[in-house]
Design a protein around this ligand. Structure first.
Ligand SMILES: Cc1ncc(COP(=O)(O)O)c(C=O)c1O
Length: 421
């Protein structure tokens, strides 16, 4: 008997060798199959992506870039990285792509390293208004190493205050302006950010970790034509492996590549790079465009359904895959809503709303998104029902068992990882 041509993950073997850990995998799949996954930053990646992730490419050290590595034997994995780079450039119309960042946070660290020195000034969105930890929070390297000026949203419209952005940029002359957010449901006007950046001579960095999948599918306008550097994650709406990436202009290619390696990382995760190539390949197909548009249509259906039953969407609605809900009219905190939904088989997260009177561990809001349910095949009709279930779970904790049954009934026809995936 010869050696089989391919060696891949063998779950039976894991079960025999380490039943305790194998059970964790089974239980997690059960959890996902048994409830509604409304976390806006999650998705259900495809079996092909999972196959690449679980491959022996995990074993290869490949410090450097294709054709220029510090280890021997990289000629095969070079092909995976070249495919990932070519597909990323094609998908996003970018001049240059670096596919090695281990995560969205690493991508931002590398982008800052390419453009800033410690102590330099950057302008970014306030964490409490929807920005990300890596956009200058004092708890994060970004807030400790850079002089961070923050902008937010207007109290009346709950939309980015572009006048404030311009005023702050003119006053503080940041070297980098960051646009992009983690809990902002509306389109960001990248052209306005470009204009402000040009006016003050700043680099424009768009962190589109969240909506990159919608941009890939043409469901919302892309940041790529406007920003000098675009950072993103591959595991959210893009539906790829857990990881990060950077797109940039040809002018910045060398600086970005040197910032990723050798400045902030050493060996790339070649199995993840290969899985990114698979995900970009999937996103290049017309079906992914349909998926991205469906994610947005579903978010709007869910938002309408929640709003109709008294859950106010911050900024009045959504243009993307997510929405932020202000729970103050219901007299329920974000933390309590998260608990009540969990008891009813609905997974979502509490989230601060702009000008939130509650601390981040409590919050007055929750964030919900549609990438997972859309991957499972649900459409606006189902999302309307999901909205009703969320409202019932939050308003009537005593009805948790009944809501859970309705969740199961809905999921019966839309199972993740069923044979139709
Ligand atoms: C805007 C933004 N940037 C960066 C990140 C960080 O991504 P990761 O968790 O992969 O480090 C996130 C994650 O939620 C995000 O929303």
């Amino acid at each position: 008997m010869g050696v089989p041509p391919y060696y891949g993950p063998d779950f039976g073997r894991l079960q025999r060798q380490d039943p305790e850990l194998a059970q964790v995998l089974l239980d997690e799949l059960d959890r996902v199959r048994g409830g509604l996954q409304l976390i806006a930053s999650e998705n259900l990646t495809s079996p092909a992506v999972l196959a690449a992730l679980g491959s022996t490419l995990n074993n290869k050290y490949a410090e450097g870039y294709p054709g220029n590595r510090y280890y021997g034997g990289c000629e095969v994995v070079d092909r995976a990285e070249r495919l990932a780079i070519e597909r990323a450039c094609q998908l996003f119309g970018a001049e240059h792509a670096n596919v090695q960042p281990h995560s969205g946070a690493s991508a931002n660290l590398a982008a800052y390293a390419a453009l800033l020195q410690p102590g330099d000034t950057m302008l970014a969105m306030d964490l409490l208004h929807g920005g990300h930890l890596t956009h200058g929070s004092k708890m994060n390297f970004s807030g400790r190493w850079f002089d961070v000026v923050s902008y937010g949203v207007r109290r009346d419209t709950e939309l980015i205050d572009y006048d404030e952005v311009r005023d702050l940029a003119v006053r503080h002359r940041p070297k980098v302006i960051v646009c992009g957010a983690t809990s902002y449901a509306r389109l960001i006007d990248f052209a306005v950010f470009r204009g402000i950046s040009d006016e003050v001579g700043a680099w424009l960095l768009a962190d589109v970790a969240h909506p990159i999948g919608l941009m890939a599918g043409g469901a919302i306008p892309s940041a790529v034509p406007y920003a000098d550097v675009v950072t993103y994650t591959t595991h959210k709406a893009l539906r790829g492996p857990r990881g990060g990436g950077i797109l940039c202009t040809a002018e910045l290619a060398g600086r970005i590549d040197r910032a990723v390696y050798p400045f902030i990382q050493s060996g790339p995760l070649m199995h993840a790079v290969a899985a990114k190539a698979v995900a970009f390949g999937e996103a290049l197909r017309p079906e992914f465009g349909e998926y991205a548009k469906q994610v947005v249509a579903n978010a709007q259906a869910l938002c309408d359904s929640l709003g109709a039953e008294g859950m106010r969407p911050v900024s009045g609605g959504t243009d993307t895959h997510l929405m932020l809900i202000d729970l103050r009219d219901l007299g329920v905190s974000g933390a309590e809503a998260e608990r009540r939904c969990a008891a009813a088989g609905i997974t979502l997260n509490r989230n601060v709303i702009p000008y939130d009177p509650e601390p981040p561990a409590v919050t007055s809001g929750m964030r919900v998104g549609t990438p997972c349910l859309t991957t499972q095949g649900m459409g606006p009709q189902e999302l309307k029902e999901v909205g009703t279930l969320v409202v019932r779970a939050v308003r009537h904790p005593g009805a948790a068992a009944e809501v859970k049954e309705r969740v199961s009934a809905l999921l019966a026809a839309f199972q993740p990882y069923d044979s139709e995936y």
